[in-house]
Design a protein around this ligand. Structure first.
Ligand code: DGL
Length: 269
């Protein structure tokens, strides 16, 4: 069996929150995980430079891995370049990730919703358009965090996170107005679900933390379907590629824990 893989791309380890859901839904599929850690974090990048980097990087990744489909479980990249990538590589189906503003607007009872994301995602026109199109009757507070993605990376590698820093970063999400309170916080960065328990602990009141990982995995499944196999597991282990070269020991162990073999990067930035 020579199955084409599904390529998952993120700036760092955040996309693993989506990979773990995808594995549950598609155990018979092979995945290649790419972390563009040479450019992490994406949150502060200037838009034109990041767009150009993504198109150049994908040109090489798609040629090398010939994936059946490419997933970008990264809001910062998707809200910027999904359209450009689709236009540049029309033969490859792409699944992107954008802030879950529509489901939040449908579910909120208080009418106060917050979107927690990187500064890049917060300032995107794409995000503003989502609010205009789907949440015009709801008050949406956009909160851009410069440090949470980095805290999530450290937490995943070292098992430690500064809880007071988490408290400070999520605090602006909690709004009280006319006796109403924020009841949904959209996790609009794939790194954040790794910190969800700490966020719950440090939150001033309970809210629904909306994590889109499973929805993204379902979207992928709806496009690729189950693998046409006779029940065999895919040959070989899934691969992880880091654009900055071989990652440190803790990161390599983390990848191992997710069933990924770190392979040499021939796409190095
Ligand atoms: N994980 C990325 C996202 O979903 C961004 C993290 C970063 O590189 O700043 O937006």
């Amino acid at each position: 069996m020579n199955q084409r893989p599904i390529l998952m791309f993120d700036s760092g380890v955040g996309g693993l929150t989506v990979l773990r859901e995808a594995r549950v839904l598609m155990p018979d599929r092979r995945f290649v995980y790419v972390a563009d850690n040479a450019a992490f974090p994406y949150g502060d990048w200037e838009e034109d430079a990041l767009r150009a980097r993504l198109i150049q990087l994908f040109g090489r990744l798609l040629e090398e891995h010939r994936p059946e489909l490419a997933v970008i479980p990264c809001n910062t990249a998707s809200t910027l370049a999904l359209g450009d990538l689709r236009a540049a590589f029309p033969d490859v189906p792409f699944v992107g990730t954008v802030p879950a503003i529509k489901p939040a607007a449908e579910r909120t009872r208080s009418g106060l919703v917050s979107v927690l994301a990187t500064p890049g995602t917060v300032k995107r026109q794409y995000t503003r358009d989502l609010i205009t199109d789907w949440a015009s009757k709801v008050e949406v507070t956009l909160v851009g965090s410069t440090v949470l993605a980095r805290l999530a990376e450290v937490y995943m590698r070292e098992g430690f996170v500064d809880e007071q820093a988490v408290r400070a970063e999520i605090a602006p999400c909690f709004v009280e107005k006319d006796g109403r309170r924020t009841d949904i916080v959209v996790l609009a960065c794939t790194h954040y679900p790794f910190l969800a328990n700490r966020m719950r602990k440090m939150a001033p009141w309970p809210v629904d933390w909306l994590d889109p990982a499973e929805a993204i995995a379902r979207r992928v499944l709806s496009l690729v379907g189950r693998a046409p196999t006779d029940g065999d597991l895919p040959q070989g282990r899934d691969a992880a590629i880091f654009t900055a070269g071989r990652p440190d020991f803790a990161t390599a162990r983390l990848m191992q824990g997710f069933g990924l073999d770190v392979v040499a990067d021939t796409v190095a930035a």
